[in-house]
Design a protein around this ligand. Structure first.
Ligand code: SAH
Ligand code: SF4
Ligand code: F3S
Length: 462
């Protein structure tokens, strides 16, 4: 390989998956990945448009890259700079206007054509952009995944969103909902498993709205639950996760699968955004706070040890102190193992941006601090309750310190385990010895210490 590709991902896990696929499509054209932009022939920023801060990051990053490109030009080398992902989709040619040194702009649905874009830009030295949603499917055109394959790997099964929450840009940046055929997903997962992948996280903006063409010539469509059950048959694949789900799509069959399938990990990221019915309505979420509580009750009945997480937005237009109190009350009622919370960010083109009663920044900050204090308290309590437990940990990569490997518990907690690199890829029983705010520490349990006692992982009963 003679050329170098530097790629930086912002935003969600789907961008991480897409960046790995861009590395895959460029490899046959002689591009090897580098961590140094200074030596790159091609720089790709795979961007996120979800909040203003995220979207603005691309411009500060471009500012940082400008002198690098100029320095290489002076020494007679060319660096192509490409902006990909959701900012590219939303802002298109505007990016070139704000930062003229950009050579390529393309959205999340056209990155499989990257080699062609690069060849064209190198040949004619013109700016090129591609932000259409092409009819032909990018997934069919991508090579079999190769880059970024470790013990735990992402697999995108669904893209886009038809729900149009009034705060959100995703329906505009990723387009309409699309589910990959089940056969394609099963083949990709089997290929991962044959290369040592033990855990797959199925990705989609609305992953539980999955409706893919059924596999095995069955005709019709499969739900996420049917897909998960089929994936669990793949030899070597021990753990399945999925994210992100919508409360409206938590179907009976999916909840039942949490009860019946031990390979489906006991962790559910189910964003609620707000605990106020008035705000949920204004957000166009399509459910009430009570509907959400009922879904959680059903999930917990199916899998009592399930760890829950959510996303929250504070300061959506019209949110009063009383609405916000209802969010805090809901958090207290549910009890989360982990959560993500954000100040509402006004996104151009979304209905929320034009709503009256925008909440002042200072109020948003106050509410966010109060919510995060509560969520952090819950996370610490959850992690502390893990001390003394024995958990099956999938060991993924070297830790910060020598003699430590980092893995994940079934509940998605990061666990630092005292062991060595030979164990990477193994699922081991770990006795948890210490709980930090965002992670756990533990030691591999002795063979004589293998009883189920003390473990939160109980056999499932439906
Ligand atoms: N599909 C997922 C969410 C995808 S976006 C769902 O429906 O839950 C990830 C998270 O970003 C959202 O859950 C929301 O909490 C947050 N988010 C999206 N738009 C936002 C905005 N305009 N301001 C602040 N946070 C936002
Ligand atoms: Fe955005 Fe709502 Fe779709 Fe999630 S469900 S991606 S928050 S529009
Ligand atoms: Fe961001 Fe696009 Fe993901 S806006 S959160 S990168 S779908």
């Amino acid at each position: 390989m003679s050329k170098k590709l530097y790629i930086k991902s912002f935003g969600c896990q789907m961008n991480v998956y897409d960046s790995d696929r861009m590395i895959d499509v460029m490899a046959p054209h002689g591009y090897a990945q580098t961590d140094e932009p200074e030596e790159a022939d091609l720089i790709v920023l795979n961007t996120c448009h979800i909040r203003e801060k995220a979207a603005e990051k691309v411009y500060s990053e471009l500012g940082r890259l400008k002198p690098i490109k100029t320095a290489r030009e002076r020494s007679g080398e060319r660096t192509l700079i490409a902006v990909a992902g959701c900012v590219a989709q939303a802002e298109g040619d505007e990016i070139k206007r704000r930062q003229p040194m950009v050579d390529l702009v393309f959205g999340p649905q056209t990155y499989h054509k990257l080699p062609g874009f690069v060849a064209q830009a190198l040949a004619d030295e013109e700016f090129h952009s591609s932000t259409e949603f092409p009819v032909e499917e990018k997934f069919e055109q991508l090579p079999a995944p190769s880059h970024g394959v470790g013990p735990s790997t992402f697999l995108t099964i669904q893209e886009g969103c038809d729900k149009f929450c009034t705060f959100c840009v995703v329906p505009y940046t990723r387009g309409a909902e699309f589910s990959r055929p089940a056969n394609a997903v099963l083949d990709e997962a089997a290929s991962f498993a044959s290369r040592g992948v033990r855990e797959i996280t199925l990705l989609g903006q609305n992953v539980n709205a999955y409706r893919g063409e059924a596999a095995l010539g069955q005709g019709g469509q499969w739900s996420l639950a049917q897909l998960v059950v089929a994936l669990a048959e793949i030899e070597g694949l021990e753990r399945i996760r999925y994210t992100t789900s919508h409360p409206r799509d938590m179907t009976d069959d999916l909840i039942e699968t949490h009860a019946s399938l031990t390979k489906l990990m006991p962790y559910l990221h189910l964003p609620v955004q707000s605990g106020s019915d008035r705000i949920l309505k204004a957000m166009n979420r399509g459910h009430s706070a009570q509907d959400y509580v009922k879904v959680i009750e059903r999930v917990r009945a199916a899998r009592p040890d399930i760890a829950l997480s959510s996303d929250f937005i504070v300061g959506f237009p019209g949110e009063t102190d009383k609405d916000f109190e209802q969010t805090l009350a809901l958090v207290r009622e549910i009890g989360y193992a982990q959560s993500f919370s954000f100040k509402y960010s006004r996104r151009p083109g979304t209905p929320g941006a034009d709503m009256p009663a925008q909440v002042p920044e200072a109020v948003k900050s106050e509410r966010l601090a109060a919510l995060q204090a509560l969520l952090s308290e819950q996370q610490i309590a959850f992690n502390t309750s893990s001390i003394g437990q024995k958990m099956a940990v999938l060991l993924e990569k070297p830790g910060r310190h020598e003699g430590q490997i980092v893995g994940r518990s079934p509940y998605l907690q990061s666990v630092q385990v005292d062991t060595n690199e030979q164990d990477i890829g193994r699922i081991v029983d770990v006795r948890i010895t210490e709980a930090l705010n965002h992670s756990l520490r533990g030691k591999i349990a002795q063979e004589t210490d293998m009883g189920i006692q003390g473990s939160r992982i109980q056999p499932c009963v439906s």
